[in-house]
Design a protein around this ligand. Structure first.
Ligand SMILES: *[C@@H]1O[C@H](CO)[C@@H](O)[C@H](O)[C@H]1NC(C)=O
Ligand SMILES: *[C@@H]1O[C@H](CO)[C@@H](O)[C@H](O)[C@H]1NC(C)=O
Ligand SMILES: *[C@@H]1O[C@H](CO)[C@@H](O)[C@H](O)[C@H]1NC(C)=O
Length: 180
């Protein structure tokens, strides 16, 4: 009996370690999609879903009514919450039409794009003749990027992307994340 307690304690610590390792260190906390002119671009989907404790994802669909899209400029700004959300590290505008063929020239955009590319139909250069779909980007994918590839300090973040399509401001998507 003298050994029971330490043994249990060790198993308990191993279990805690495993739980800590398995649990995502990133959470989606909110998702906002704002369109400017619904005759031009409309969000038909903007969802953050929690299937269970470990499987969470975001999906976004944009219906485009003035096809084809031959010009796309995307600004993405990262914000971190200090006393309100403040710009943090990145604020870049990317030519979406050129980006696909020159991903290596723009490592920061590539970093963010890699999180969604397998889940989206944005995986080609212009023109776009279809709605834009980002389907089920899981928290695991995001977790892998923000904790393994390029670690960020803990805190609350917001990634804002603003979309200029055919020289018209179409809308913006804000993804809120917490790292812990
Ligand atoms: C969470 O849901 C996914 C998808 O339905 C499933 O594959 C996975 O086993 C579930 N995990 C838990 C812990 O229930
Ligand atoms: C990014 O830069 C543009 C142009 O300088 C500015 O208008 C915008 O507010 C900036 N956004 C962030 C997130 O800092
Ligand atoms: C699009 O995605 C597929 C599958 O992930 C990949 O094989 C292909 O190279 C991608 N195309 C471009 C233009 O990146």
């Amino acid at each position: 009996m003298m050994y029971a307690k330490p043994t249990l304690l060790i198993w308990f610590l191993v279990l805690m370690f495993l739980i800590k390792e398995v649990r995502p260190r990133v959470e989606f906390t909110n998702l906002k999609c704002t369109s400017v002119d619904e005759d031009f671009a409309e969000f038909s989907q903007c969802t953050l879903k929690s299937i269970n404790r470990t499987y969470k994802y975001v999906s976004v669909r944009v219906k485009l009514y003035k096809l084809p899209i031959t010009k796309a400029r995307v600004n993405f700004g990262l914000y971190k919450r200090f006393n309100g959300y403040k710009p943090f590290l990145y604020n870049q505008t990317v030519d979406g039409c050129r980006f696909f063929n020159r991903q290596k020239a723009n490592p920061v955009a590539k970093y963010f794009f890699d999180m969604i590319k397998d889940a989206s139909n944005l995986n080609h250069s212009c023109p776009y003749n279809h709605d834009l779909i980002v389907e089920k980007v899981s928290i695991d994918t995001v977790d892998h990027h923000v904790t393994n590839i390029l670690p960020y300090p803990k805190g609350d973040y917001m990634l804002e992307t603003q979309w200029m399509l055919n020289d018209k401001f179409a809308g913006e998507i804000q993804v809120y994340l917490s790292l812990f």
